[in-house]
Design a protein around this ligand. Sequence first.
Ligand code: NAD
Ligand code: MG
Length: 404
Amino acid sequence: MTCRTVTILGATGSIGASTLDVIARHPGRYRVHALSAHSRMELLAAQAAASQAPVVVVPDGPARQRFIESWQGGAPLPQIRVGAQALVDTAADPASDTVMAAIVGAAGLPSALAAARSGKRVLLANKEALVVAGALFMDAVRQSGAELLPIDSEHNAIFQCLPHSGAAAGQGPAPGVRRLLLTASGGPFRTRPLAELEGVTPAQACAHPNWSMGRKISVDSATMLNKGLEVIEAHWLFAMPPERIDVVIHPQSVIHSMVEYDDGSVLAQLGQPDMRTPIAYGLAFPERIASGVGPLDLARLGRLDFEAPDLARFPCLRLAFEALRAGQGACVALNAANEVAVDAFLQGAAPYTAIAAIIETVLEGAWMHAGNRLGSLEGLLDLDHEARAQARQALSRSRPGVAG
Ligand code: NAD
Ligand code: MG
Protein backbone atom coordinates (compact mmCIF):
# COMPACT_ATOMS: atom_id res chain seq x y z
CA MET A 1 0.00 0.00 0.00
CA THR A 2 1.49 3.30 -1.09
CA CYS A 3 0.96 6.42 0.98
CA ARG A 4 -1.01 9.09 -0.90
CA THR A 5 -0.14 12.73 -0.42
CA VAL A 6 -3.27 14.83 -0.48
CA THR A 7 -3.95 18.53 -1.08
CA ILE A 8 -7.37 19.82 -0.04
CA LEU A 9 -8.57 22.97 -1.80
CA GLY A 10 -11.38 24.43 0.34
CA ALA A 11 -10.34 22.55 3.49
CA THR A 12 -12.51 24.56 5.89
CA GLY A 13 -15.74 23.81 4.05
CA SER A 14 -18.17 20.97 4.57
CA ILE A 15 -16.44 18.67 2.04
CA GLY A 16 -12.97 19.73 3.19
CA ALA A 17 -13.75 18.88 6.82
CA SER A 18 -15.26 15.51 5.84
CA THR A 19 -12.14 14.74 3.78
CA LEU A 20 -9.88 15.46 6.76
CA ASP A 21 -12.14 13.25 8.90
CA VAL A 22 -11.70 10.27 6.54
CA ILE A 23 -7.95 10.85 6.20
CA ALA A 24 -7.51 10.96 9.99
CA ARG A 25 -8.99 7.45 10.19
CA HIS A 26 -6.12 6.05 8.09
CA PRO A 27 -2.76 7.26 9.37
CA GLY A 28 0.01 5.79 7.24
CA ARG A 29 -2.24 5.55 4.20
CA TYR A 30 -2.65 9.30 3.57
CA ARG A 31 -0.47 12.29 4.30
CA VAL A 32 -1.75 15.85 3.98
CA HIS A 33 0.44 18.12 1.86
CA ALA A 34 -1.49 21.40 1.60
CA LEU A 35 -4.75 22.91 2.85
CA SER A 36 -6.42 26.03 1.43
CA ALA A 37 -9.17 28.29 2.73
CA HIS A 38 -10.64 31.67 1.87
CA SER A 39 -11.87 32.62 5.35
CA ARG A 40 -12.04 31.13 8.89
CA MET A 41 -8.28 31.22 9.42
CA GLU A 42 -8.65 29.93 13.00
CA LEU A 43 -10.22 26.74 11.67
CA LEU A 44 -7.55 26.44 8.96
CA ALA A 45 -4.85 26.79 11.62
CA ALA A 46 -6.47 24.09 13.76
CA GLN A 47 -6.82 21.79 10.74
CA ALA A 48 -3.19 22.38 9.66
CA ALA A 49 -1.95 21.64 13.18
CA ALA A 50 -4.03 18.46 13.54
CA SER A 51 -3.11 17.10 10.10
CA GLN A 52 0.52 18.31 10.22
CA ALA A 53 0.12 19.91 6.81
CA PRO A 54 3.45 21.42 5.73
CA VAL A 55 1.74 24.00 3.47
CA VAL A 56 -1.34 26.24 3.69
CA VAL A 57 -2.74 28.63 1.08
CA VAL A 58 -4.61 31.79 2.11
CA PRO A 59 -6.12 34.56 -0.04
CA ASP A 60 -4.23 37.70 1.07
CA GLY A 61 -1.96 39.42 3.57
CA PRO A 62 -4.60 40.05 6.27
CA ALA A 63 -5.64 36.37 6.11
CA ARG A 64 -1.97 35.39 6.47
CA GLN A 65 -1.76 37.58 9.58
CA ARG A 66 -4.91 36.02 11.06
CA PHE A 67 -3.51 32.56 10.36
CA ILE A 68 -0.29 33.36 12.21
CA GLU A 69 -2.21 34.83 15.16
CA SER A 70 -4.37 31.69 15.31
CA TRP A 71 -1.41 29.29 15.32
CA GLN A 72 -1.13 27.56 18.68
CA GLY A 73 1.33 25.21 20.33
CA GLY A 74 5.01 24.73 19.84
CA ALA A 75 5.00 23.21 16.36
CA PRO A 76 6.70 25.29 13.65
CA LEU A 77 4.35 27.23 11.37
CA PRO A 78 3.59 25.61 8.03
CA GLN A 79 4.72 27.39 4.89
CA ILE A 80 2.04 30.02 4.14
CA ARG A 81 1.42 30.67 0.45
CA VAL A 82 -0.65 33.74 -0.44
CA GLY A 83 -2.98 34.59 -3.32
CA ALA A 84 -4.83 33.17 -6.31
CA GLN A 85 -1.71 32.19 -8.27
CA ALA A 86 -0.34 30.35 -5.21
CA LEU A 87 -3.58 28.36 -5.08
CA VAL A 88 -3.21 27.32 -8.73
CA ASP A 89 0.50 26.49 -8.24
CA THR A 90 -0.27 24.42 -5.15
CA ALA A 91 -2.92 22.44 -7.02
CA ALA A 92 -0.26 21.53 -9.60
CA ASP A 93 2.56 21.11 -7.04
CA PRO A 94 4.25 17.72 -7.66
CA ALA A 95 4.64 17.28 -3.89
CA SER A 96 1.07 15.91 -3.81
CA ASP A 97 -0.39 13.12 -5.95
CA THR A 98 -4.06 13.66 -5.04
CA VAL A 99 -6.11 16.86 -5.01
CA MET A 100 -9.53 17.27 -3.45
CA ALA A 101 -11.17 20.17 -5.35
CA ALA A 102 -13.71 21.40 -2.79
CA ILE A 103 -13.83 25.16 -3.25
CA VAL A 104 -17.39 26.40 -3.79
CA GLY A 105 -18.39 28.09 -7.04
CA ALA A 106 -16.60 29.11 -10.22
CA ALA A 107 -13.85 30.46 -7.93
CA GLY A 108 -12.67 26.85 -7.73
CA LEU A 109 -12.21 26.44 -11.48
CA PRO A 110 -8.62 27.69 -12.00
CA SER A 111 -7.18 25.48 -9.24
CA ALA A 112 -9.29 22.43 -10.18
CA LEU A 113 -8.20 22.82 -13.80
CA ALA A 114 -4.56 23.14 -12.72
CA ALA A 115 -4.90 19.85 -10.82
CA ALA A 116 -6.47 18.20 -13.88
CA ARG A 117 -3.68 19.52 -16.13
CA SER A 118 -0.99 18.18 -13.82
CA GLY A 119 -2.09 14.57 -14.30
CA LYS A 120 -2.88 13.77 -10.66
CA ARG A 121 -5.77 11.93 -9.08
CA VAL A 122 -8.44 14.62 -8.89
CA LEU A 123 -11.33 14.18 -6.48
CA LEU A 124 -13.88 16.58 -7.93
CA ALA A 125 -16.46 18.01 -5.55
CA ASN A 126 -16.49 21.46 -7.20
CA LYS A 127 -19.26 20.79 -9.75
CA GLU A 128 -19.25 24.42 -10.93
CA ALA A 129 -15.84 23.78 -12.58
CA LEU A 130 -17.48 21.31 -14.98
CA VAL A 131 -20.54 23.50 -15.53
CA VAL A 132 -18.37 26.47 -16.52
CA ALA A 133 -15.60 24.65 -18.38
CA GLY A 134 -16.85 21.14 -19.24
CA ALA A 135 -15.03 20.58 -22.54
CA LEU A 136 -11.83 22.33 -21.47
CA PHE A 137 -11.72 20.43 -18.18
CA MET A 138 -12.36 16.99 -19.69
CA ASP A 139 -9.79 17.65 -22.44
CA ALA A 140 -7.24 18.52 -19.75
CA VAL A 141 -8.01 15.25 -17.95
CA ARG A 142 -7.57 13.22 -21.13
CA GLN A 143 -4.40 15.00 -22.21
CA SER A 144 -2.64 14.83 -18.85
CA GLY A 145 -3.83 11.32 -17.96
CA ALA A 146 -5.31 12.61 -14.70
CA GLU A 147 -7.47 10.17 -12.78
CA LEU A 148 -10.79 11.95 -12.29
CA LEU A 149 -13.03 10.62 -9.53
CA PRO A 150 -16.41 12.28 -9.03
CA ILE A 151 -17.21 13.11 -5.41
CA ASP A 152 -20.68 14.61 -5.85
CA SER A 153 -22.76 11.79 -4.36
CA GLU A 154 -24.91 11.27 -7.49
CA HIS A 155 -21.93 11.08 -9.83
CA ASN A 156 -19.99 8.93 -7.42
CA ALA A 157 -22.99 6.57 -7.30
CA ILE A 158 -23.19 6.47 -11.12
CA PHE A 159 -19.44 5.91 -11.35
CA GLN A 160 -19.83 2.96 -8.98
CA CYS A 161 -22.72 1.54 -11.07
CA LEU A 162 -20.98 1.89 -14.45
CA PRO A 163 -18.79 -0.84 -15.85
CA HIS A 164 -15.20 0.33 -15.63
CA SER A 165 -11.82 -1.30 -15.78
CA GLY A 166 -10.04 0.94 -13.36
CA ALA A 167 -10.14 3.85 -15.81
CA ALA A 168 -11.05 7.37 -14.85
CA ALA A 169 -14.45 8.83 -15.56
CA GLY A 170 -15.14 10.74 -18.75
CA GLN A 171 -13.94 8.15 -21.25
CA GLY A 172 -17.18 8.24 -23.29
CA PRO A 173 -20.63 6.70 -22.91
CA ALA A 174 -20.31 3.21 -21.51
CA PRO A 175 -21.61 0.51 -23.89
CA GLY A 176 -25.03 -0.87 -23.02
CA VAL A 177 -26.03 2.11 -20.88
CA ARG A 178 -29.42 3.53 -21.77
CA ARG A 179 -29.95 6.25 -19.20
CA LEU A 180 -28.54 7.92 -16.10
CA LEU A 181 -31.06 8.55 -13.32
CA LEU A 182 -30.08 11.28 -10.89
CA THR A 183 -31.96 11.22 -7.62
CA ALA A 184 -32.87 14.46 -5.82
CA SER A 185 -34.26 14.94 -2.34
CA GLY A 186 -36.50 17.83 -3.38
CA GLY A 187 -34.98 19.93 -0.60
CA PRO A 188 -36.76 21.73 2.23
CA PHE A 189 -39.53 23.24 0.07
CA ARG A 190 -40.73 20.12 -1.76
CA THR A 191 -44.21 20.33 -0.26
CA ARG A 192 -44.43 23.97 0.85
CA PRO A 193 -47.34 25.89 -0.75
CA LEU A 194 -45.99 27.79 -3.79
CA ALA A 195 -47.44 31.09 -2.55
CA GLU A 196 -45.19 30.92 0.53
CA LEU A 197 -41.91 30.60 -1.38
CA GLU A 198 -41.59 34.37 -1.90
CA GLY A 199 -41.17 34.84 1.86
CA VAL A 200 -38.87 31.94 2.86
CA THR A 201 -35.70 32.90 4.73
CA PRO A 202 -32.05 31.87 4.15
CA ALA A 203 -32.15 29.84 7.37
CA GLN A 204 -35.18 27.89 6.10
CA ALA A 205 -33.57 27.37 2.69
CA CYS A 206 -30.35 26.08 4.29
CA ALA A 207 -32.18 23.60 6.56
CA HIS A 208 -31.81 20.62 4.25
CA PRO A 209 -33.86 17.62 5.38
CA ASN A 210 -31.11 15.00 4.82
CA TRP A 211 -27.69 16.51 4.06
CA SER A 212 -25.47 18.89 6.02
CA MET A 213 -23.68 21.11 3.47
CA GLY A 214 -22.29 24.59 2.81
CA ARG A 215 -24.81 27.43 2.48
CA LYS A 216 -24.55 27.97 -1.28
CA ILE A 217 -25.17 24.34 -2.23
CA SER A 218 -27.94 24.16 0.39
CA VAL A 219 -29.82 26.98 -1.37
CA ASP A 220 -29.09 25.32 -4.73
CA SER A 221 -30.68 22.15 -3.35
CA ALA A 222 -33.78 24.08 -2.30
CA THR A 223 -34.21 25.59 -5.79
CA MET A 224 -33.03 22.34 -7.43
CA LEU A 225 -30.57 24.36 -9.46
CA ASN A 226 -28.13 22.00 -7.77
CA LYS A 227 -29.72 19.10 -9.64
CA GLY A 228 -29.53 21.15 -12.83
CA LEU A 229 -25.80 21.73 -12.28
CA GLU A 230 -25.49 17.99 -11.64
CA VAL A 231 -27.22 17.13 -14.93
CA ILE A 232 -24.62 19.29 -16.71
CA GLU A 233 -21.87 17.69 -14.60
CA ALA A 234 -23.11 14.19 -15.56
CA HIS A 235 -23.22 15.20 -19.22
CA TRP A 236 -19.50 16.01 -19.16
CA LEU A 237 -18.28 13.29 -16.79
CA PHE A 238 -20.05 10.42 -18.54
CA ALA A 239 -20.33 11.85 -22.09
CA MET A 240 -24.12 11.51 -21.96
CA PRO A 241 -26.52 13.60 -24.07
CA PRO A 242 -29.13 15.56 -22.06
CA GLU A 243 -32.03 13.42 -23.28
CA ARG A 244 -30.45 10.36 -21.65
CA ILE A 245 -30.18 11.99 -18.22
CA ASP A 246 -33.29 11.99 -16.05
CA VAL A 247 -34.06 13.35 -12.60
CA VAL A 248 -36.33 11.65 -10.09
CA ILE A 249 -37.23 12.98 -6.66
CA HIS A 250 -36.45 10.54 -3.86
CA PRO A 251 -37.09 12.30 -0.54
CA GLN A 252 -35.15 9.84 1.68
CA SER A 253 -31.78 10.41 -0.11
CA VAL A 254 -30.80 6.76 0.34
CA ILE A 255 -30.43 5.86 -3.33
CA HIS A 256 -27.73 8.26 -4.48
CA SER A 257 -28.34 7.67 -8.22
CA MET A 258 -28.83 4.91 -10.79
CA VAL A 259 -27.71 3.59 -14.16
CA GLU A 260 -30.22 1.95 -16.50
CA TYR A 261 -28.90 -0.55 -19.05
CA ASP A 262 -30.23 -1.59 -22.47
CA ASP A 263 -31.42 -4.93 -21.07
CA GLY A 264 -33.69 -3.17 -18.55
CA SER A 265 -31.40 -3.61 -15.54
CA VAL A 266 -31.17 -0.65 -13.20
CA LEU A 267 -28.16 -0.51 -10.86
CA ALA A 268 -28.31 1.78 -7.85
CA GLN A 269 -25.87 2.77 -5.13
CA LEU A 270 -27.37 3.16 -1.66
CA GLY A 271 -26.07 4.44 1.63
CA GLN A 272 -26.61 6.95 4.36
CA PRO A 273 -26.58 10.56 3.17
CA ASP A 274 -23.03 11.27 4.37
CA MET A 275 -20.36 12.64 2.00
CA ARG A 276 -17.64 10.64 3.73
CA THR A 277 -18.73 7.60 1.68
CA PRO A 278 -17.99 9.08 -1.77
CA ILE A 279 -14.89 10.84 -0.36
CA ALA A 280 -13.50 7.54 0.99
CA TYR A 281 -14.33 5.86 -2.32
CA GLY A 282 -12.40 8.52 -4.23
CA LEU A 283 -9.43 8.44 -1.87
CA ALA A 284 -9.02 4.65 -1.90
CA PHE A 285 -10.26 3.71 -5.41
CA PRO A 286 -10.22 0.92 -6.48
CA GLU A 287 -10.00 -0.32 -2.89
CA ARG A 288 -12.56 0.29 -0.14
CA ILE A 289 -11.76 1.80 3.24
CA ALA A 290 -13.74 2.69 6.35
CA SER A 291 -15.25 6.17 6.17
CA GLY A 292 -16.92 6.45 9.56
CA VAL A 293 -20.36 6.03 7.96
CA GLY A 294 -22.52 3.45 9.68
CA PRO A 295 -24.66 0.70 8.13
CA LEU A 296 -27.96 1.30 6.39
CA ASP A 297 -30.92 -0.03 8.38
CA LEU A 298 -33.43 -0.76 5.60
CA ALA A 299 -36.03 -2.38 7.85
CA ARG A 300 -36.05 0.71 10.06
CA LEU A 301 -36.23 2.95 6.99
CA GLY A 302 -39.27 0.94 5.85
CA ARG A 303 -39.84 2.53 2.44
CA LEU A 304 -38.26 4.41 -0.43
CA ASP A 305 -40.43 6.96 -2.28
CA PHE A 306 -40.14 8.50 -5.73
CA GLU A 307 -41.90 11.25 -7.66
CA ALA A 308 -41.36 13.31 -10.81
CA PRO A 309 -39.96 16.82 -10.25
CA ASP A 310 -42.56 19.59 -10.60
CA LEU A 311 -41.01 22.18 -12.95
CA ALA A 312 -43.47 24.88 -11.84
CA ARG A 313 -42.10 24.52 -8.31
CA PHE A 314 -38.51 24.11 -9.51
CA PRO A 315 -38.05 26.41 -12.55
CA CYS A 316 -34.26 26.34 -11.99
CA LEU A 317 -34.16 22.69 -13.06
CA ARG A 318 -35.86 23.59 -16.35
CA LEU A 319 -33.45 26.51 -16.84
CA ALA A 320 -30.44 24.23 -16.37
CA PHE A 321 -31.68 21.76 -19.01
CA GLU A 322 -32.28 24.72 -21.34
CA ALA A 323 -28.76 26.03 -20.73
CA LEU A 324 -27.23 22.60 -21.38
CA ARG A 325 -29.07 22.35 -24.70
CA ALA A 326 -28.10 25.93 -25.62
CA GLY A 327 -24.38 25.27 -25.09
CA GLN A 328 -21.36 26.11 -22.98
CA GLY A 329 -21.84 29.90 -23.03
CA ALA A 330 -25.34 29.52 -21.59
CA CYS A 331 -24.02 27.17 -18.90
CA VAL A 332 -21.45 29.78 -17.85
CA ALA A 333 -24.27 32.37 -17.68
CA LEU A 334 -26.55 30.02 -15.73
CA ASN A 335 -23.90 29.39 -13.11
CA ALA A 336 -22.77 33.01 -12.80
CA ALA A 337 -26.32 34.36 -12.51
CA ASN A 338 -27.10 31.75 -9.89
CA GLU A 339 -24.01 32.59 -7.80
CA VAL A 340 -24.92 36.29 -7.82
CA ALA A 341 -28.60 35.66 -7.03
CA VAL A 342 -27.92 33.11 -4.27
CA ASP A 343 -25.41 35.44 -2.66
CA ALA A 344 -27.99 38.27 -2.69
CA PHE A 345 -30.63 35.94 -1.20
CA LEU A 346 -28.26 34.76 1.54
CA GLN A 347 -27.48 38.37 2.42
CA GLY A 348 -31.16 39.23 2.68
CA ALA A 349 -30.94 41.48 -0.41
CA ALA A 350 -33.28 39.47 -2.66
CA PRO A 351 -36.24 37.16 -2.13
CA TYR A 352 -35.90 33.43 -2.75
CA THR A 353 -38.08 33.65 -5.87
CA ALA A 354 -35.69 36.19 -7.42
CA ILE A 355 -33.10 33.43 -7.91
CA ALA A 356 -34.96 31.75 -10.80
CA ALA A 357 -36.12 35.13 -12.17
CA ILE A 358 -32.56 36.53 -12.34
CA ILE A 359 -31.22 33.38 -14.00
CA GLU A 360 -34.05 33.43 -16.56
CA THR A 361 -33.37 37.10 -17.39
CA VAL A 362 -29.62 36.56 -17.80
CA LEU A 363 -30.15 33.46 -19.95
CA GLU A 364 -32.14 35.61 -22.42
CA GLY A 365 -28.79 37.11 -23.52
CA ALA A 366 -26.99 35.91 -26.67
CA TRP A 367 -24.73 33.42 -24.90
CA MET A 368 -24.66 31.03 -27.84
CA HIS A 369 -22.54 33.63 -29.63
CA ALA A 370 -19.77 33.35 -27.04
CA GLY A 371 -17.53 32.15 -29.90
CA ASN A 372 -13.87 31.51 -29.29
CA ARG A 373 -14.06 32.62 -25.66
CA LEU A 374 -15.18 29.07 -24.82
CA GLY A 375 -11.82 27.56 -25.70
CA SER A 376 -9.67 29.03 -22.93
CA LEU A 377 -9.84 29.53 -19.18
CA GLU A 378 -9.36 33.29 -19.63
CA GLY A 379 -12.22 33.47 -22.15
CA LEU A 380 -14.55 31.50 -19.90
CA LEU A 381 -13.73 33.67 -16.88
CA ASP A 382 -14.35 36.74 -19.03
CA LEU A 383 -17.79 35.40 -19.95
CA ASP A 384 -18.41 34.58 -16.29
CA HIS A 385 -17.67 38.21 -15.34
CA GLU A 386 -19.97 39.49 -18.06
CA ALA A 387 -22.82 37.28 -16.88
CA ARG A 388 -22.26 38.36 -13.26
CA ALA A 389 -22.51 42.01 -14.30
CA GLN A 390 -25.79 41.29 -16.10
CA ALA A 391 -27.12 39.43 -13.06
CA ARG A 392 -26.28 42.38 -10.79
CA GLN A 393 -28.08 44.71 -13.19
CA ALA A 394 -31.12 42.46 -13.25
CA LEU A 395 -31.02 42.34 -9.48
CA SER A 396 -30.94 46.11 -9.09
CA ARG A 397 -33.75 46.52 -11.67
CA SER A 398 -35.84 44.13 -9.60
CA ARG A 399 -35.21 46.28 -6.50
CA PRO A 400 -35.83 49.90 -7.53
CA GLY A 401 -34.10 52.42 -5.27
CA VAL A 402 -31.40 49.96 -4.13
CA ALA A 403 -27.94 50.39 -5.59
CA GLY A 404 -26.83 47.37 -7.63
P1 NAD B 1 -18.47 25.33 1.83
O1 NAD B 1 -19.06 26.67 1.61
O2 NAD B 1 -18.78 24.59 3.06
O3 NAD B 1 -16.86 25.45 1.71
C1 NAD B 1 -16.25 26.11 0.65
C2 NAD B 1 -14.73 26.13 0.80
O4 NAD B 1 -14.21 26.92 -0.28
C3 NAD B 1 -14.23 26.80 2.09
O5 NAD B 1 -13.03 26.19 2.50
C4 NAD B 1 -13.95 28.25 1.66
O6 NAD B 1 -12.98 28.91 2.45
C5 NAD B 1 -13.45 28.04 0.24
N1 NAD B 1 -13.73 29.19 -0.63
C6 NAD B 1 -14.89 29.89 -0.68
N2 NAD B 1 -14.78 30.90 -1.60
C7 NAD B 1 -13.52 30.82 -2.10
C8 NAD B 1 -12.80 31.59 -3.06
N3 NAD B 1 -13.34 32.65 -3.68
N4 NAD B 1 -11.52 31.24 -3.33
C9 NAD B 1 -10.94 30.18 -2.72
N5 NAD B 1 -11.58 29.41 -1.79
C10 NAD B 1 -12.86 29.73 -1.49
O7 NAD B 1 -18.84 24.45 0.54
P2 NAD B 1 -19.12 22.86 0.47
O8 NAD B 1 -20.52 22.58 0.84
O9 NAD B 1 -18.01 22.12 1.13
O10 NAD B 1 -19.04 22.64 -1.12
C11 NAD B 1 -17.81 22.67 -1.81
C12 NAD B 1 -18.04 22.20 -3.25
O11 NAD B 1 -18.44 20.84 -3.21
C13 NAD B 1 -19.16 22.97 -3.97
O12 NAD B 1 -18.83 23.09 -5.31
C14 NAD B 1 -20.36 22.05 -3.82
O13 NAD B 1 -21.29 22.18 -4.86
C15 NAD B 1 -19.69 20.68 -3.86
N6 NAD B 1 -20.45 19.63 -3.17
C16 NAD B 1 -20.69 19.74 -1.84
C17 NAD B 1 -21.43 18.77 -1.18
C18 NAD B 1 -21.70 18.85 0.30
O14 NAD B 1 -22.27 17.91 0.87
N7 NAD B 1 -21.32 19.90 0.99
C19 NAD B 1 -21.93 17.67 -1.90
C20 NAD B 1 -21.64 17.59 -3.26
C21 NAD B 1 -20.90 18.57 -3.89
MG1 MG C 1 -24.97 16.06 -5.28
